[in-house]
Design a protein around this ligand. Structure first.
Ligand SMILES: NC(=O)c1ccc[n+]([C@@H]2O[C@H](COP(=O)([O-])OP(=O)(O)OC[C@H]3O[C@@H](n4cnc5c(N)ncnc54)[C@H](O)[C@@H]3O)[C@@H](O)[C@H]2O)c1
Ligand SMILES: [Zn+2]
Ligand SMILES: [Zn+2]
Length: 371
């Protein structure tokens, strides 16, 4: 499915997907889940969005062929494409640091919509090139990935579920476990109860948080939030509360605020509220949501002087090739249920447009398209 331009419906096209070059892997995509970052680009909100392109970055795939020099996967392996790669080279100070997962090895070409050698593997029927997206481009029956973007996972894991670990669900859980390292008996506030926010709640419950405040402007989200471990739910719409939400949380619901808060909306005003409802002296607030271009965050510096910490996360801090297979193992062991995130399923890559419509409807967490 090709995105020909911003705000245009995807077009179903027959394209050529070149064989993998050195250090690359061609995969057959078995299932793809929609994420808001795809829609954000399709809606033209990303000023760096390149068209025509093939979107998609939450997928479960089978390796079809490998290029020269590829040693870590072979045809038939099951992989999850990871937009945050992990090169694991000893010369990569990011991969060698336990503090981050942000391997920059292919960052610049990935951002330019091309493979690491600067060329593209997708061509339309007229022979014209099509851009890659986030190093994944999984809204296609076949795609080409850098080897360092492939997380090899157990073949026991159904790929139509495995795709969820490619972005939102891992991000929410990792924000709790890796970025903030939430301790038992902590208090937590989660703003925005989409798949990412619900994954934060699930992760916080697993980490032993004793108070989990779930905040959204859509009350339909509260039932699932409670099921996953939220202890309190608040509708933060201005007509439902008589003061800013940060004062409801830090003041009414807790004396000094929560130990940890998470923005899962991408709204910069919510990010501010999340910081300001965190605990005087030690509260940490984590930005997960991706804000629209040009938007900036602000708060009074006094909020930081009095001990609050503002941080953010990409892919939940997980080192992708090392950690995604472990998340899959934890799911297979029964420790990490994820089925509840799949609210819609479709058959056939051509149904991707219907999945996008479903995602736009408020009730959708993840829409999975099986190819
Ligand atoms: N940092 C990362 O690595 C990463 C990875 C994946 C997704 N994201 C971002 O995380 C965010 C959440 O993703 P999602 O898939 O869960 O999105 P979603 O749209 O399904 O969920 C967002 C939720 O926020 C709620 N909301 C909107 N405005 C609000 C407000 N003012 N106050 C309270 N709640 C509000 C909505 O009702 C909705 O329930 C997006 O911005 C996405 O781009 C970031
Ligand atoms: Zn690296
Ligand atoms: Zn995503």
């Amino acid at each position: 499915m090709v995105a020909r331009g911003p705000k245009q419906p995807l077009t179903e096209e027959e394209i050529t997907v070149d064989p993998p070059k050195e250090g690359e892997v061609r995969v057959k995509v078995i299932a793809n889940a929609l994420c808001h970052t795809d829609i954000y680009t399709l809606d033209g909100l990303d000023p760096e969005g390149l068209f025509p392109c093939i979107l998609g970055h939450e997928a479960g795939c089978i390796v079809e062929s490998v290029g020269p020099g590829v040693t870590s996967v072979v045809p038939g392996d099951h992989v999850i494409p990871c937009y945050t790669p992990q090169c694991s080279q000893t010369s990569c100070i990011f991969c060698m640091s336990p503090k981050t997962n942000l391997c920059p090895e292919i960052r610049s070409t990935q951002g330019q919509g091309v493979m690491p050698d600067g060329t593209k593997r997708f061509h339309d029927k007229d022979g014209k090139d099509i851009y890659h997206f986030m190093g994944c481009s999984t809204m296609s029956e076949y795609t080409v990935l850098a080897e360092i973007s492939c997380a090899k996972v157990s073949k026991e894991m159904p790929l139509e579920k495995a795709c969820l670990f490619g972005c939102g669900v891992s991000t929410g859980m990792g924000a709790v476990w890796n970025t903030c390292k939430v301790e038992p008996f902590s208090s937590v506030a989660v703003f925005g109860l989409g798949a990412v926010g619900l994954a934060v709640i699930q992760g916080a419950k697993m980490a032993g948080a004793s108070k989990i405040i779930a905040v959204d402007i859509n009350e339909d989200k509260f039932e699932m939030a409670k099921k996953l471990g939220a202890t309190d739910c608040v509708n933060s719409s201005p007509d439902k509360i008589d003061k800013p939400i940060q004062k409801v949380i830090a003041g009414d619901m807790t004396p000094w605020g929560v130990d940890y808060s998470f923005d899962c909306t991408g709204n910069v005003n919510v990010m501010r509220a999340a910081l300001e409802c965190s605990h005087r002296g030690w509260g940490e607030s984590c930005v997960i949501g991706v804000a629209a271009s040009g938007h900036e965050i602000s708060t009074r510096p006094f909020q930081l002087v009095t001990g609050r910490v503002w941080k953010g996360t990409a892919f939940g801090g997980f080192k992708s090739r090392r950690d995604v297979p472990l998340l899959v193992e934890r799911h297979l062991n029964g420790e990490l249920p994820i089925d509840h995130f799949i609210t819609h399923t479709f058959e056939g890559v051509e149904k991707t447009g219907d999945a996008i419509d479903a995602l736009h409807s408020g009730g959708c967490l993840r829409a999975v398209v099986k190819y």
